[in-house]
Design a protein around this ligand. Sequence first.
Ligand SMILES: [Zn+2]
Length: 502
Amino acid sequence: MSRPWRVAVASIIQETNTFSPRESTLADFAVQGLWTGAEADERSRGSNTEIAGALERLREAGVDAVPVVRAWAMSDGILAADAMAELERMLVVGLAEAGPLDAVVLCLHGALVAVDAPAADARLAAAARYVVGPIPLVVTHDLHANVTPAVIRSATAVIGFHTYPHVDQAATGRRAAELVLAALGGQAPGLGTVLAKRPMLVPAEAQAIADEPMAGIRRLADALTHGPVLDVSIFPVQPWLDVPHLGFGVTVTYTGDEEVAIAAAEAVADAAWNARADFTLDLVPVDDAVASLGPAGPDGPAILVHSADSPTAGATADDATVIGALLKAGRPLRAIATVVDAPAVARCREAGVGATVDLVLGATLDDRWSSPVAVTGVVRRVDETPVVLTGASMTGQEIALGRWATVETDSGLAILVTERPAPTFDPQGFRHAGLEPADADVVVVRSATIFRAGFRGLHSSATVLDLPGASTPAFGYLDFVHAPRPLFGLDAMTDLAPAARR
Ligand SMILES: [Zn+2]
């Protein structure tokens, strides 16, 4: 009897925001769990993550599935060169030790930038290819990936999430496993992926898959997925990424007929290009948004969307502008908010639970966009436990907050102050600290769109604030120097030269 197929699964995921002032390091992965071998499997199992989905599907098919590495960090600034080298080493050594292999599933974000690698995911894919040779190598990407020709060349196939807010991480891992099974079983001869790109940058807040224009583009992608076309993935790209090759991508994964795949990719990319002006967004000045606040509606609190300082988009989450605006309004409102401020956490711990503290919150990591805000409140909790997500996105994943405290002002504002960013896209990010969104009039989230899954049925309105920041939807605040120009979103573009296609 022949041995079962042996397939390695590796996951190295961080989304880079090149406008963050922070350089991210291996410690940012280690604090969230940097696991190899059996630990990568055991600690991921059952979570809504690509690695868990891929391992599960391969095992269902009787494959000898080998977990190699699971490295995940919160979105952050550009990755230090030594951290990139170590992650690459872990991947290469892990794959070499796992051999001989029949195939690989490699889960990457697709928007990782290292100091010495503007397309770091492509470098990881190339390293994996170098080690394993000409066997099926299927790469998964986040929908916000900036897909490069280099990653397409290294991988056999590249697929991405089909959802935003992202709820199909495990499902995407399963789809990658299906492609591997088809390739190994001989059902996908000539398996490959083609890429079409368009020079456009659109706000993440306008990319929700249920809303137009993304819904229509996704419908077209689904309609074209038949026959030799096995998968169509749409990559509107996360826009806080100043790199060469930046643009809106579409991949088509196919078997056999490349011409059909190219035609499908171009058709979907054209649909996106033709809809470029429909990725619109209403931005509201923070004082206007705060002035219109009142008691919670029948469906729950009003949400103030501080997406300009979103940690899931790589910003530092230390801008206290909205906290300042709520305090300045001076009205009694039950509001909950978060801020990263390590010195303030230390002060709260020193003072102890029940003590009244005078804090100066914010702008400890990135002082380009905001000023610190004076806050007086009572320390309600001090703790350092991580949060385990329970919402629809990244369900079951544990997120380290570092040490943290909650402080409540006499106007009813409760602030979760953390050393590391809290995941405000999931109500559990607040509940974990004893702050109940359902009991609040106002919730301040630092998230562009993912919060719409977590807070479904738990908010009466969501107002996107017009603020600068490393993850601002108002790109005019940001200085792009490496991105190819002209680029719709940064430049006036009435049409596209034929040469710009493909
Ligand atoms: Zn994403």
